[in-house]
Design a protein around this ligand. Structure first.
Ligand code: ZN
Length: 363
């Protein structure tokens, strides 16, 4: 099969013929990839920045946001896992062995993750993907654009889990702030409205991203989209957007020292600040006094569970989440390198997808 292989950091991915995966046991599956979203984490891996955190090094096949069709399955799989069936692959669920987290359905927290594209497990920048257990598959029926629906397995579910985490502190009509309007942020805006029934404000420093968010999200009377680079006093602008109350939830998809210092002061009493982005992995120091006096909570969110993906897929099937419009560029496998470099340069609005349904790999 064709695969895009990272052989050397910061060098173009090499398009190679590699051995296709085969089913080895009772419950495992091979999926013919339909779509593989291009995530900003892939940029970190490509630049060599993920090695210290994930212990991953070349050669490796990137891709951890997959959808596809069942190609081959072990004999122990249920009836619905039949060749040709459309599926989403819960890539956060790949673990080397069972532990208390996998048994609780919290695979993304398992002690020994083996995430495709983020470990030695080959990822979905390839024609076929090995799936170690059919329970990591979510039925893709009713998702009319399966290649684009790959986004639900990473960008989408990360936003969904952030919103669910925020839901412990948000009441209908409260104000919620989404920081960073890339692929995950575009899902978070929609889900904060649908799941939390909140007034939603989104903020970014790119005018293109703010304009694109307006098209996807269509702000209502209580919603605001703000370009932080065009506003003199961002704190008072955003406090106004929250009608002076502050935000009951802030979902920070940037997670940098700058964003946390800028937006934590806008967190209302009993509010929750959900950190998703890894902009400053080791800082800043926490404002303990503000946390205590306002019973404020700071929470982290890692990816999502397979159940989260299934729930989000159902929202997408019902038309409550627009995932298709977030895809702004569909590319063949051969363009994976350009896609990563565009993302690295900050030129991507929405999300790029390697779309095998539109561009079958040349063999
Ligand atoms: Zn990702």
């Amino acid at each position: 099969m064709k695969a895009a292989v990272l052989r050397e950091y910061l060098a173009p991915l090499s398009i190679e013929d590699v051995e296709a995966p085969r089913v080895k046991g009772e419950n495992d599956v091979v999926v013919r990839v339909a779509g593989s979203g291009v995530c900003h984490t892939d940029v970190h891996v490509w630049r060599g920045e993920a090695e210290a955190v994930l212990g991953v090094r070349p050669p490796l096949i990137l891709g951890h946001e997959p959808s596809g069709f069942i190609e081959e399955a072990g004999e122990g799989v249920p009836e619905w896992v039949k060749p040709g069936a459309p599926v989403l692959v819960c890539a956060s669920g790949y673990c080397r062995r069972e532990d208390k987290y996998t048994l609780a359905g919290l695979h993304q927290l398992c002690d020994e993750p083996a995430w495709p594209g983020l470990s030695e497990t080959p990822g979905s920048y390839a024609e076929y993907l090995y799936v170690p257990h059919y329970k990591l598959l979510i039925p893709g029926e009713g998702l009319e654009d399966l290649a684009a629906a790959s986004l639900l397995t990473d960008a989408g579910v990360t936003a969904y889990r952030a919103v669910k985490t925020a839901s412990t502190r948000v009441e209908p009509g409260d104000s919620v702030l989404v920081v960073g309007l890339g692929g995950v942020g575009l899902f978070a805006l929609q889900l904060a409205r649908v799941v939390l029934n909140a007034d939603v404000t989104g903020v970014d420093i790119s005018s293109e991203k703010v304009e694109f968010a307006a098209k996807i999200f269509k702000p209502g009377p209580g919603d605001h989209l703000v370009n932080a680079s065009e506003v003199g006093d961002i704190e008072s602008e955003l406090r106004g957007a929250s009608r002076g109350r502050g935000f009951k939830a802030i979902i920070d998809l940037v997670g940098s020292q700058e964003t946390m210092e800028a937006y934590l002061p806008l967190l209302a009493k009993r509010g929750i600040y959900v950190v998703v982005g890894l902009g400053s992995p080791f800082g800043p120091p926490l404002p303990a006094l503000d946390l205590i006096l306002g019973e404020r909570l700071i929470a982290g969110v890692l990816w999502g569970t397979c159940t989260d993906v299934a729930e989000l897929a159902e929202l997408a099937r019902r038309g409550l989440v627009d995932y298709r419009s977030i895809v702004t560029r569909r590319i063949p496998l051969e363009e994976a390198s350009e896609a990563i470099e565009r993302l690295d340069r900050g030129e991507v609005v929405g999300r790029q997808v390697i779309d095998f349904t539109r561009y079958p790999a040349r063999s």
